[in-house]
Write a protein that binds this ligand. Structure first.
Ligand code: COA
Length: 272
């Protein structure tokens, strides 16, 4: 489809899964203004497309994403604060509204270098799976700069203040194992099996009720900011909304299948 043809991205749609590749391998998939504009446009399209249930984001070549394009975003826009602010806003929107706020399930498939703003792309996704060869870092301090956008808040939320500040201050790289242990990513798998594992995960998510996926995400996004009483009300209202939204009847069919013993979500005890 022409709306999914881009300069800096490659996009494939199949069986409910949109596979998005940040596609500037010669620049380690650094995010230039064009990529921000294209991701913004793409996510608006994918999020509104009822055929899309899962969005997988990965990088071309040996990197996931080397962060902001230091030349095109920082150097070339020195002295142009207004132009830079426009791009910052576009970037904020696609990451935190387009990905984190997506009604679809989102997966970051981290195939290699994941630096600076690349960490934010991973953090914006619901699930982040890295190959064992992936390398992470917030190198901004090494060139006299600071982690931009929501990097501070989001890394603190994921890793805790101790780890987040350590890596922001030292600019030290860390491996996929450390990223998983500190909570920055969901898990790491062997580099060779990365694509296969993420594909299986994407297919599992694509098979879920899209109405339930969307509602789970809305509940989990709101929960940290709600007190217990309001949370209970909110979840009850969301379940009412799910009944209305679920025009395909997945929820009632799922209940009937369970009651009629046509649905097993786990192997019986002793057969695991
Ligand atoms: N912005 C702009 N260009 C970048 C870039 C970035 N963030 N990261 C890599 N590139 C470019 C390099 O300038 C180089 O371009 P050239 O071939 O025209 O000279 C090309 O990508 C390859 O980079 P190189 O450093 O040779 O690749 P590598 O495989 O040896 O190392 C990285 C990869 C990601 C470790 C290294 O490029 C790097 O440290 N990049 C900067 C990461 C960073 O500081 N990110 C935070 C930005 S806010």
């Amino acid at each position: 489809m022409s709306q999914y043809t881009f300069d800096t991205l490659a996009v494939e749609l199949a069986e409910g899964i949109a596979r998005v590749t940040l596609n500037r391998p010669e620049k380690r998939n650094a995010m230039n203004p064009r990529m921000h504009e294209e991701m913004h446009r793409l996510l608006a399209g994918l999020n509104a497309d009822p055929e899309v249930h899962v969005i997988v984001i990965t990088g071309a070549g040996k990197s996931f994403c080397a962060g902001a394009d230091i030349k095109e975003f920082f150097n070339d826009l020195e002295g142009q604060p207004e132009a830079r602010a426009v791009i910052m806003e576009v970037a904020r929107q696609w990451m935190w509204e387009g990905i984190a706020g997506s009604p679809k399930a989102t997966i970051a498939m981290i195939n290699g270098h994941c630096f600076g703003g690349g960490l934010l792309v991973a953090l914006a996704c619901d699930i982040a799976v890295a190959g064992s060869a992936a390398l992470f870092g917030l190198p901004e301090i090494n060139w006299g700069h600071v982690p931009g956008g929501a990097a501070s808040k989001k890394t603190i939320e994921a890793m805790g203040a101790r780890q987040a500040l350590y890596y922001a201050l030292t600019g030290e790289n860390f491996d996929a194992e450390t990223a998983a242990r500190t909570g920055l990513i969901t898990k790491t798998v062997s580099q060779e099996r990365l694509a296969e594992e993420v594909d299986a995960l994407a297919k599992t998510l694509a098979a879920k009720s899209p109405f339930a996926v969307r509602t789970v995400k809305e509940i989990y996004r709101a929960a940290p900011d709600l007190d217990m009483t309001i949370l209970h009300d909110f979840v009850a209202a969301k379940i009412d909304q799910l009944r209305i939204r679920d025009t395909a009847g997945n929820r009632s069919k799922g209940m009937q299948d369970f009651i009629g013993k046509r649905l097993r979500t786990t192997a019986p005890m002793g057969e695991q």
